[in-house]
Design a protein around this ligand. Structure first.
Ligand code: FNR
Length: 379
């Protein structure tokens, strides 16, 4: 009502409310290399589209006459209470989503303003210490691209722990670049511009690898030499030994992988297909989520991303069984278009829409929002 009253008084909102408007504004005004990098996916982008379309196969079942005037969207995870089940997924090279190249710090500022935690990517434009310092009281997690060099991996994890990140997310599906025609066509691989390598250039182990005062070419080629390590089951005990922080594995889509990862000491499962940016031809991540949730069987939190575009999608992912739902492309575009106010607006809009659907459809708490709250409409 506040927003409508504001509009009556002539104060119209400065930022778009729906993802369609956000994306078309992004396509109209952002520089091409930013557009293709954020919007693009692998192959003909069928998996990327499938991620979004999958949400259309579920319907939230309205229930009336329930006491939903007061809602509680909070969720407990790793000893912290979050006011809503939303997160910002790791987005590498987020720095370029700000004209001043400090997109990672600005996302952290929006995290502090909204309570929506950020998962900081390894590929930041500012050192991980500076980013977590801007998150205020909101917890932040660190996403690790596991380098070939184990000392470098250990150093990054140690720094993240010391700086105050509260969990480590190990991404499993990105040890090779995906086949991304939009970026291939324009030779656009922003990682090769030294801008997103601040976590490396600020790292003592990496500095030993480059020698003192390296030129940008040396930095990039040294980074390329660290890239390309596929994490396997054999690596998990070593990764586990690096930190006492909770560890999540990102990219899990098969129930057996989820079960085994938990058996091997992992603390959380992150179901995702990287937004269809890595392997095409894989179907939607949402279609894998029910089996992953069943395999986890409440032993650990389940985070979900890939294709979330609205509060309705958040409600559906929660009802399927995710504990936390992460945004990717929408927040990168919101930051690129509207800076900290634009991103804050997007995160609050997701919170508000999620909350209102739970209000109108009669599911006042997370506990009410189980599998009975949704129906497949295609069966
Ligand atoms: C990503 N993603 C990603 N994931 C990760 O673990 N580390 C990273 O550095 C990145 N980088 C990255 C950059 C950009 C521009 C995008 C769009 C995505 C994947 C991300 O965490 C998430 O899985 C997807 O964004 C989810 O898909 P949607 O909802 O954005 O389509």
């Amino acid at each position: 009502i506040e927003l409508y009253l504001g509009a009556l008084g002539g104060v119209l909102p400065a930022h778009p409310f729906g993802y369609a408007e956000l994306e078309s504004a992004a396509m109209a005004v952002l520089p091409p290399e930013l557009r293709t990098y954020v919007a693009g996916g692998s192959g003909d982008e069928a998996t990327q589209r499938a991620n979004v379309e999958a949400f259309g196969r579920y319907a939230v079942v309205p229930r009336m006459l329930r006491a939903s005037a007061e809602r509680d969207l909070s969720v407990e995870v790793f000893g912290r209470t979050l006011s809503s089940p939303l997160m910002m997924a790791p987005v590498g090279v987020l720095g370029i989503c700000s004209p001043d190249q400090h997109g990672d710090v600005h996302a952290a500022e929006a995290s502090a303003a909204t309570g929506v935690p950020l998962i900081g990517s390894t590929l930041m434009s500012d050192p991980l210490e500076d980013v977590v310092a801007a998150t205020g009281d909101t917890p932040a997690w660190f996403q690790l691209y596991t380098p070939k060099n184990r000392d470098l991996a250990a150093s990054l994890v140690r720094r993240a722990e010391q700086a105050g990140y509260e969990a480590i997310v190990i991404t499993l599906d990105t040890w090779v670049p995906g086949w991304r025609p939009r970026d291939l066509a324009s030779g656009n691989f922003p990682q090769l511009r030294a801008k997103c390598l601040a976590n490396y250039t600020s790292d003592p182990v990496f500095q030993e690898m480059t020698g003192p005062d390296p030129d940008p070419g040396t930095v990039v080629m040294t980074w390329v030499g660290t890239f390309g390590h596929p994490v396997t089951w054999e690596d998990l005990p070593w990764l586990r030994s690096l930190t006492d922080l909770p560890i999540l594995v990102k990219g899990i889509c098969h129930p057996d992988d989820a079960r085994r990862a938990l058996d091997e000491g992992v603390d959380g499962i992150y179901c995702s297909n990287h937004g269809g940016r890595q392997a095409n031809g894989g179907g939607s991540a949402l279609d894998w989520l029910p089996d992953v949730v069943a395999a986890v069987d409440h032993r650990a939190p389940v985070v979900f991303d890939s294709g979330v575009r609205s509060g309705a999608d958040v409600v559906k992912a929660l009802a399927v069984g995710a504990d936390l739902v992460a945004l990717g492309r929408p927040y990168a575009f919101a930051l690129a278009l509207g800076g900290v106010p634009g991103l804050t607006h997007l995160l609050r809009s997701f919170q508000a829409e999620t909350d209102l659907i739970m209000a109108v459809d009669g599911y006042p708490t997370r506990a009410d929002l189980g599998p009975d709250a949704i129906r497949r409409t295609d069966r």
